[in-house]
Design a protein around this ligand. Structure first.
Ligand code: ATP
Ligand code: MN
Length: 320
């Protein structure tokens, strides 16, 4: 579970040009506009974008705008909101539940669904670079790939013990759905049934009417970003995956950059800014992963880390 609200410390406070009553606070790897009166070192409750706050006294100042979105205030980006905090909970304490905050979930396209997402395959999800400062520092210098983050719907195509399924982020869809037919048309179902092992391939389903079709694609398509070995319970590393998918002519999310990991958030955000590989419009962001497996890193994701950096210019345009 992502900590949408937590106790944090104001690391830095910067003036905002032409603004007398507000300042820019740096909290974790984020920046957020606050009313004047705070000091560096003050504890606050920091609430991230994508939060839905309850309509109660604590949040009355939001005037009903309970979905916290990225904003541009006086020319600066403000990510989330900060509330005064005078308690003694340590930094990092999760306040999401206490405050009654839940995550904003964009409405899923209606699709004919048959059953739940298979429990033995990890769901696609990416943490934000701003939430993992320690990890960035720990793996600083590690060679990484950045791929373009496409703003469509998550799609998982899997084969397990003879059964082939196609799933959205939440459930398996039936064989008349657009997503299923797209996977079929692209040859992904044949590809997966002809292999000699049970795997899942995960990609982004994009095209007309999908999240506003920001890539302006004339047809639906799936671009793969992960391959999961169901038997071994681990993701392929990026290089092995690249070779494997390339060999089988499977389209992957576009490569943006190859670089040595930095723990400087500003640099990462700069890298995320730019146009899409698909045309003359801003990309949603990038997803960063190590090129090779990392020795000693053993988690649900196998021996890799993975995180996203959102392009603020895209987010603004989309009004999130
Ligand atoms: P929202 O629900 O607001 O659209 P999201 O679905 O994009 O957010 P995030 O956590 O922001 O969820 O991002 C993770 C998702 O990004 C993954 O589930 C995957 O579907 C999608 N994605 C798009 N492009 C890529 C990529 N290049 N690499 C990995 N994931 C990607
Ligand atoms: Mn998305």
């Amino acid at each position: 579970m992502r900590k949408l609200a937590s106790v944090q410390v104001i690391r830095d406070l910067l003036p905002i040009e032409n603004a007398d009553r507000i300042e820019l606070a740096h909290i974790e790897g984020f920046q957020c506009v606050v009313p004047k009166g705070y000091h560096v070192g003050d504890k606050v409750i920091y609430i991230e974008t994508d939060s839905i706050c309850p309509k109660n006294e604590t949040f009355a100042f939001l005037k009903g705008h309970s979905h916290i979105k990225l904003q541009k205030i006086r020319g600066v980006y403000s990510q989330g909101i900060a509330l005064e905090y005078h308690g003694d909970a340590p930094v990092g304490t999760d306040m999401t539940k206490e405050l009654g905050i839940v995550k904003y979930e964009p409405p899923e396209q209606p699709m004919d669904t048959i059953e739940a997402f298979p429990w033995y395959i990890p769901k696609t999800d990416e943490v934000r670079a701003q939430n993992i400062p320690e990890l960035l520092t720990k793996y600083k210098g590690v060679p990484c790939y950045a791929t373009e983050k496409l703003d469509g719907s998550s799609c998982t195509i899997y084969r397990n013990k003879g059964h082939i399924g196609v799933c959205t982020r939440k459930r398996e869809v039936d064989n008349t759905s657009l997503m299923f037919r797209t996977a079929e048309k692209q040859g992904l179902l044949d590809f997966i049934s002809n292999l000699d092992k049970d795997i899942a391939i995960q990609g982004e389903f994009v095209g007309p009417k999908q999240q506003g079709n920001h890539l302006h694609l004339p047809e639906h398509h799936i671009y793969v970003f992960s391959v999961y070995d169901i038997t071994k319970q681990g993701y392929f590393d990026q290089d092995t995956m690249g070779l494997f998918l390339n060999f089988h002519n499977v389209d992957t999310v576009p490569l943006v950059n190859e670089f040595a990991l930095t723990d400087n958030i500003d640099e990462l955000v700069k890298m995320a800014i730019g146009n899409s590989t698909f045309g003359n419009f801003p990309r949603e962001g990038i997803v960063i992963r190590p090129i090779e497996p990392i020795e000693g890193l053993q988690g649900f994701l196998g021996n890799r880390f993975s995180f996203k950096v959102i392009n603020p210019e895209y987010q603004m345009k989309k009004g999130e």
